[in-house]
Design a protein around this ligand. Sequence first.
Ligand SMILES: Nc1ncnc2c1ncn2[C@@H]1O[C@H](COP(=O)(O)OP(=O)(O)OP(=O)(O)O)[C@@H](O)[C@H]1O
Ligand SMILES: [Mg+2]
Length: 214
Amino acid sequence: MAGRIITIAQQKGGSGKTTLAAHLAVAFVLAGGGRVALLDCDPQGSLGEWFEARETSLGEDATGLDFRTASGWGARREARSLARDYDLVVIDTPPKSDIESRPAIEAASLVAVPVQPTPIDLWATAPTLEMIAKEGTASLIVINRAVSRVGLTEEMSAAIRALGHPAAQTRLGSRVGFAASMGAGRTIQETDPGSKGALEIAALAAEIRQALGG
Ligand SMILES: Nc1ncnc2c1ncn2[C@@H]1O[C@H](COP(=O)(O)OP(=O)(O)OP(=O)(O)O)[C@@H](O)[C@H]1O
Ligand SMILES: [Mg+2]
């Protein structure tokens, strides 16, 4: 069976796509999810920077992942080709451009949509959800940078869950470790195992595996 393709998409910039792509890829590897490849479709190249930092800190043969880049329509072809060799392919996409992200959404088994729980982020998510619905791809909204015990987070989380699109049970908190771990090419599960953030990303990865059918 071909591998599963998980595309991280959200037209709103800075919603956590790249952070989520790196963290999910490592979480799948740590959970014994098989061979995992990352595909960066964002010309900003942040995920590539992260992967290079990972190669520097762990050694080229010890990253536990493979990394490729693609752009435009090439993304669909590259994703399908990777899915022949890997169990999971995680795709990072750029903000703003639906032309750039549509091929990655088309190729996906599941699209994960990170959304920060604020009114502006919620409004800005509509075009992404519309595009996913139009392609008919399965999707999962992921609430990112949630701040616990804050009224706005709870109010917006409820509004996000009420959008009529599936949303993950697990929310990712706003935690320095998600940001800081990336600098050394690592993730919070590696730099701070057992932390709340590490448990959150492991739980989210498990939820996504379940949504993909185990
Ligand atoms: N859960 C989190 N807790 C703390 N910081 C976070 C979290 N998620 C993302 N960040 C930080 O938010 C910023 C934006 O994250 P990231 O670059 O992953 O978003 P993006 O959607 O890929 O952005 P772009 O649209 O520019 O590609 C980064 O500084 C990142 O470290
Ligand atoms: Mg990014």
